[in-house]
Each structure stands twice: as C-alpha cells, then as structure tokens.
Design a protein around this ligand. Structure first.
Ligand SMILES: Cc1ncc(COP(=O)(O)O)c(C=O)c1O
Length: 367
C-alpha cells in the first residue's frame, strides 16, 4: 500500500459515495488513461475476467462462434468465451516470450476457416507473467484476417513492447487489479477501449444495460460489472506506488539474473530483446533436470520446507479437463515449459537477502 488508499476511501465515506460509481471510479479511470496513453479510454470494472467478458461481447462473439485463445495462461483468459456459449480454440506458445506463437496462430486461423467455412470471431492473446507477446506479428495477422484482437494484459500493467504500454495493442485490452497483481483494488479490473463511444457502451453493459428512461427499461441483457467507488479509492492510492512496484519487480529480476548467472541448468525467463520490457510481475525459471539433478517439483518442495512459496507455471488450457473438447494447435512448447518451470517469489516484501536464500536452497539440491 502507498498509504494514500485510506484517504480516498475516507473521502468516499464522507461524501456517501459508497456505490459502484463516483469520483474515485472516474479518477481511477483517468489515472489509468494517463498511464496507458495512446488515447485509449478506460472502463473500471469488478474484475479482469469481467473486462474480458465485455470485450468478447463488444467484439460480437456469440453462441457457436470460435475464439482463438492462448493456451498457456490462467483459465480466466478463456472462461468468458464459454460464458458466451462460444468455443475456444487453443494456440500454443513460442519459446521466446512464452506467449501465443504467431506461426501457430496463422495456421489455426487458416485451418478453422478451411474446416468450418467461418473466420474465428476474436483472438485473445496474453502477456503472460508480464512479458509482452510478439505484438507486431500478432497484430499484423489479426489485421490481415480482419479478426478482433483482445489483449489480456491482466498480468502486464507497466510492461511495454516497442515502448507502447501493454493493454493498448488490441481493439480491447483487459487489466486486472486482483490482490496478487502489480497494483490491487482488492479485486477489480479495467477494460481498455479504443474510443469514448465504445467505453460508454461497455459501461452501459456493465451497469445492467439500463436504458435512459425515468423507470427501469431494458432492451438488452446487462451485467453488474462496474467497479465499486471504494475499490477504486484503493486503486487511486495504488497509482501513487505503481512506479515503485515496477522498479521493485525489475530489480528482483536483475538480482535473480545475477544469482543464477553461474547456475548450470537454470534459465531465468527474461526479455528476448530490447523491444520487450516486462514488468516481471513474476520471476520464473526453467529447470533442466539433466543438468541440475533436480526437477521443478523437487525445487518447489525444498523451498516449501524453508517456508518459501513457489509455484509451477500455468498449466496449458489444452491440457485442462474442462477444455478437453476444444480444438488446439500445439507444437509441445507450453507442455515443455509446464514440465520445467517454476514461479519464484517477487512481490513487494521480497528483499535481496531473501533472493539469496532462495537461490542457495536451489544450489543445495544440485547433485
Ligand atoms: C492472465 C490472466 N487473465 C485474466 C485474469 C483475471 O483477472 P481477475 O482475477 O481480475 O478476474 C488473471 C488474473 O487473475 C490473469 O492472470
């Protein structure tokens, strides 16, 4: 916390704006618009998942449509496709960014058109762990085929690709302010919209699609997805500390990079070249067990014994039982990553001495 969150919340109580609209909601949206730039308009909503759901609705995704999704991600990237009665089609990652492979994306689009006679309605690309996807190639493919691109930047607030902020590449972008994200509103999200008219439409749908009549008039199905003015107060306070959090996460990555530099068999996930600037929301390693003599699970258990939490990478969606029937275009990359990867501590409380301890635990496992 920056310490300013409570002030915004107190103001909301003093002015009796204890509702899902008000000065904090508008103020937080303006802060985010300034931060992301590019003339984008922001609608603050109750969750990143809600932002993704609204993006699909605004992209015209309907029952039985197909939506191409990155397979290696958290399930919330794909679940809203199912909310719409549409079908996710999963595309594997490439090894540089761990995000959607442009080559497999194009193969999937061509094959879906050949099989179904219809274009997929949208593409959901993710900036996983804060690492920007290969946005130049992904945007070019989406444009060439005329398919709406949705950028799931839930984990990537403050990351840039070619100096442009993540969340602003697609027609729509989604941000998350869940408790574990770069900044938090306790729970919340934002939809990044191309213009004010689209933003107004998103807010209309997010506030139960209430028509402008004195009575409650509804012509469409709406949603209760707007952000609360209290949560937005936390968000405004968090904007004061965002740059500090970003600097901290990048510092943690630099320290890991130094500590792992002479550790055979461990590869730290890092910006592939200087077009990519990850926020390093999480710091992740790949463990080559033939070189280290231990697996990612051995590492996780040893760290847990020292009261250090780590986690396997996201299990790809094409391997998830709930999506067993979904078509997928894979080349083994995400399965390879999932079988070797571990997310290491990187949050605001992590100090350099903790990082040394973490790396020493792993060094003690080397056979
Ligand atoms: C990649 C990704 N997409 C979407 C979401 C959903 O965001 P929220 O938890 O705010 O609904 C999250 C995080 O929770 C995420 O990590």
């Amino acid at each position: 916390m920056s310490g300013k969150e409570q002030d915004y919340i107190n103001e909301a109580f003093a002015d009796n704006w204890v509702v899902p609209l008000g000065p904090n909601v508008s103020g937080f949206e303006q802060d985010l618009e300034r931060f992301t730039g590019g003339g984008k308009k922001i609608a603050a909503v109750s969750a990143g998942t809600a932002a993704l759901h609204l993006a699909l609705i605004l992209a015209g995704v309907e029952r039985d449509d197909e939506v191409i999704c990155q397979s290696m991600t958290f399930s919330a990237s794909a679940n809203p496709v199912a909310y719409q009665g549409a079908r996710p089609v999963f595309v594997d990652s490439e090894p540089l960014t761990w995000n959607m492979s442009p080559d497999l994306l194009e193969e999937a689009i061509r094959d879906r058109i050949a099989r179904t006679g219809r274009k997929p309605k949208a593409i959901v690309v993710v900036d996983l762990y804060g690492m920007p996807a290969q946005m130049d190639r992904i945007c070019e493919i989406a444009d060439r085929y005329g398919i709406t691109l949705i950028e799931d930047a839930a984990e990537a607030l403050g990351s840039t690709f070619c100096r442009r902020e993540c969340g602003t590449f697609g027609r729509f972008g989604a941000l998350s302010f869940n408790g574990n994200k770069m900044i938090t509103t306790s729970g919340g999200g934002a939809l990044v919209c191309p213009d004010e008219e689209t933003r107004r439409r998103a807010v209309f749908l997010a506030t139960q699609a209430r028509e402008p009549f004195p009575w409650y008039e509804h012509r469409e199905i709406g949603y209760n997805y707007r952000m609360s003015n209290i949560c937005a107060g936390i968000g405004r306070g968090q904007m004061h500390i965002l740059e500090e959090h970003l600097a901290h996460h990048r510092h943690v990555h630099d320290v890991y990079a130094r500590l792992f530099a002479d550790f055979p068999g461990i590869t730290l996930h890092s910006n592939p070249d200087d077009r990519f600037r990850s926020n390093y929301w999480l710091c992740n390693i790949l463990i080559d067990s033939t070189a280290t003599g231990f697996t990612y699970e051995d590492a996780r258990v040893a760290l847990a014994a020292g009261n250090i939490e780590s986690r396997p990478l996201w299990k790809p969606m094409h391997l998830q039982p709930v999506f067993a029937d979904a078509p997928s275009y894979t080349d083994g990359t995400s399965e390879h990553l999932f079988g070797r990867g571990l997310c290491l501590p990187a949050g605001p409380w992590v100090e350099d001495r903790h990082l040394e301890k973490i790396v020493n635990v792993l060094k003690s496992l080397v056979k």
